[in-house]
Design a protein around this ligand. Structure first.
Ligand code: 13P
Ligand code: SF4
Length: 306
């Protein structure tokens, strides 16, 4: 690691009273210098509760936006230029407003992987680690879920008594994980357990010994007796999997570089340094949008705690 730039980042952090938050999909050298690393839910809590004035969010835009929505007094900076989320871009505000008109009775539930403008029209937000708890705590029978048809399908399987209307969006990176890739790995490593993120298609989820969020996958691999795992999610998770389990082996469908989110990989040590030095890539959420979107995030925290 470049010690020089890391110590410069540390100095800037003190000077600006900043905290660095990183998602498990970030490059290893970024996770190594972050003050907190986690899944979307955990990071949203840290962003809400931290005492620092400045948050450098090493992740994608919707994560920074969620931090800003909950803590408007903090300066939220993205660690790279325009780190978008392909899935969040699949639901526009206009299309969501139109869809809601068709289902006036439905509770509108958005995956946190959605824009602030979309959240502003939703009743509650969920993450992959909190979704099942949250849906278990709502009475509504009809649910309009967006934008991920895969996570939505996974949740719907757990609530057969509810009617789910699923938006036709997905994370293309998770959606293209292929059964054949997993079967090939399983043939090479018959003892390996299969761990799947719910953004994968049903065929892949059904192959899983475990289905869950990034933090759930790490916990399962750490607590389970198996020594080998096939991991169907973005490969950045390998850093934490290996850090907690140095003697276990992890394999990714398609091999290295296949399940890779380019936007998550835009962060570099240099980009973190420049972000802090120049206070650039600031997340701005229009105030009316922020106030409306806050409701969905407050409900997320409230309903997942019950
Ligand atoms: P987690 O909340 O499981 O970390 O997932 C975030 C994400 O973007 C997955 O693609
Ligand atoms: Fe979005 Fe997919 Fe990247 Fe997650 S992995 S941030 S869902 S594009």
């Amino acid at each position: 690691m470049n010690e020089n730039i890391v110590s410069k980042i540390e100095e800037l952090k003190k000077e600006k009273n900043a905290i660095i938050l990183a998602h498990f999909y970030q490059p290893a050298e970024i996770q190594a210098i972050a003050d907190a690393v986690g899944d979307s839910y955990y990071l949203s809590e840290i962003a809400r509760d931290c005492k620092e004035d400045v948050i450098v969010f090493c992740g994608v835009q919707f994560m920074g936006e969620s931090a800003k929505i909950m803590s408007p007094q903090k300066t939220v900076l993205m660690s790279s230029k325009n780190p978008g989320c392909i899935m969040a871009a699949m639901a526009s505000e206009k299309a969501v407003v139109e869809m809601k008109k068709k289902y006036p009775e439905a509770l509108t539930v958005c995956y946190i992987n959605s824009t602030a403008e979309v959240k502003a029209h939703c009743d509650v937000s969920v993450t992959s680690s909190s979704a099942l708890n949250i849906l278990g705590n709502v009475e509504n029978k009809q649910i309009l879920f967006l934008p991920d048809r895969n996570l939505g399908g996974y949740i719907a399987e757990h609530f057969p008594e509810k009617e789910f209307i699923l938006w036709d969006g997905c994370c293309v990176i998770h959606d293209r994980v292929d059964e054949k890739q997993i079967l090939e790995l399983k043939e090479e490593h018959p003892e390996a357990k299969i761990l799947v993120h719910p953004e994968c298609r049903k065929e892949i989820r059904d192959m899983g010994d475990f289905v869950g969020s990034t933090s759930g996958i790490i916990k399962y691999a750490t607590n389970d007796d198996a020594q080998e795992f096939i991991v169907a999610t973005e490969e950045g998770i390998l850093y934490e999997l290996e850090r907690q389990n140095p003697n276990k082996k992890f394999y990714f469908p398609g091999g290295k570089g296949v399940i890779k989110c380019k936007d998550m990989k835009k962060t570099t040590l240099e980009s973190v340094y420049n972000t802090l030095l120049n206070m650039e890539n600031e997340v701005i959420v229009e105030e009316n949008t922020r106030v409306n979107a806050l409701n969905a995030l407050l409900n997320m925290h409230k309903l997942s705690e019950k």
